[in-house]
Design a binder for this molecule. Structure first.
Ligand SMILES: C[S@@+](CC[C@H](N)C(=O)[O-])C[C@H]1O[C@@H](n2cnc3c(N)ncnc32)[C@H](O)[C@@H]1O
Length: 290
């Protein structure tokens, strides 16, 4: 049975091409003046954000559950990340002043019990009076509208696997696919694709091209697609606020940036109702950079 980290392990050899995405370096710079060290980045990938903060003089650690991501953070950047699931981190209570949840951790997760466990763990690890920033990926209105018209985005849910499958299509196949799924003729399909090409962001277009190359380069792209979750939430501002309301965590601020939303949550509030099946945190402390 596939594990949640399998998808990220399979993506890891290609991740360097697309790592500066969603909660990216420009997004980090928006919150930089509010960060107090030590900082913990949860979902640290191959250490892009950790390396950037360390280069600016911050004491910063990173956690990631993908063995391949952790291995490549070390070989590419010489960064030793802590390999652990965000819901049971081998870190002491009240260790960090700031926790940043990168995109890919909370926002890709549709299981609210799992989110509760992850945020409860963050509350344990953050110091009293510390800060928790939670990033949520954001699409351009043009891409949102394109995905909606093709039935890939509906009711704040993205058909993740089906979206990944489109990267395997050639240009003509994609055109026919758009025609079929939008229920329009060739003129309608051409208009849809032209609108996306005109109003989609340069970053999104570049990422699409990179993802097409990545998926075609994979030895077994079908296995990668199968390792992805079938669906993925897409939470806009309203949905993010509703999520935190259900979790009973007040948000001090919800910032809208070009490629993500960042919620600043109150660590002190309890994450209720209690999630019964959260894993127990591992208590022993691993090798860390501070
Ligand atoms: C989009 S990537 C982060 C990229 C990031 N911008 C960077 O600094 O390179 C998301 C990462 O979160 C990790 N992740 C997702 N869920 C996690 C969890 N429950 N516990 C630990 N890591 C998790 C994945 O393994 C992946 O490496």
């Amino acid at each position: 049975m596939k594990q949640p980290a399998d998808f990220w392990d399979a993506l890891a050899p290609f991740h360097s091409a697309i790592e500066n995405n969603y909660f990216d370096l420009p997004s980090l710079h928006h919150i930089r003046s509010e960060l107090r060290e030590p900082v913990l980045v949860v979902g640290a990938g191959q250490g892009l954000i950790v390396a950037e903060l360390q280069s600016k003089g911050f004491q910063c650690d990173g956690v990631d559950f993908s063995a391949e991501m952790v291995r490549r953070a070390r070989s590419r950047r010489g960064i030793i990340l802590i390999q652990a699931d965000a819901s049971a981190m081998p870190l002491g209570d009240a260790t960090y002043e700031t926790i940043i949840y990168a995109t890919g951790v909370i926002d890709f997760n549709s299981d609210e019990n799992a989110i509760r466990c992850i945020l409860r763990e963050g509350q344990r690890v953050v110091k009293p009076g510390g800060k928790m920033f939670v990033a949520f990926y954001r699409l351009s209105p043009a891409l949102e509208s394109f995905l909606t018209k093709l039935g890939l985005l509906s009711g704040n849910v993205v058909l993740h696997r089906r979206s990944l499958e489109t990267y395997l299509l050639t240009g003509p196949q994609m055109f026919r696919w758009v025609m079929k799924n939008s229920g329009t003729g060739w003129l309608g399909a051409a208009a849809l694709m032209l609108r996306l090409a005109t109003f989609g962001t340069i970053r999104e277009k570049a990422t699409t091209l990179k993802m097409q190359r990545i998926v075609r380069k994979m030895k077994d792209p079908r296995a990668f697609i199968q390792a992805a979750s079938e669906t993925q939430p897409y939470r806009n501002e309203v949905e993010i606020r509703k999520l935190f309301d259900r979790l009973n965590i007040p948000i001090q601020e919800l910032r809208t940036l070009a490629t993500c939303w960042i919620a600043r949550a109150t660590p002190a509030a309890s994450v209720g109702p209690v999630a019964s099946n959260c894993p127990a945190p591992e208590r022993e402390k691993p090798e860390q950079s501070h």
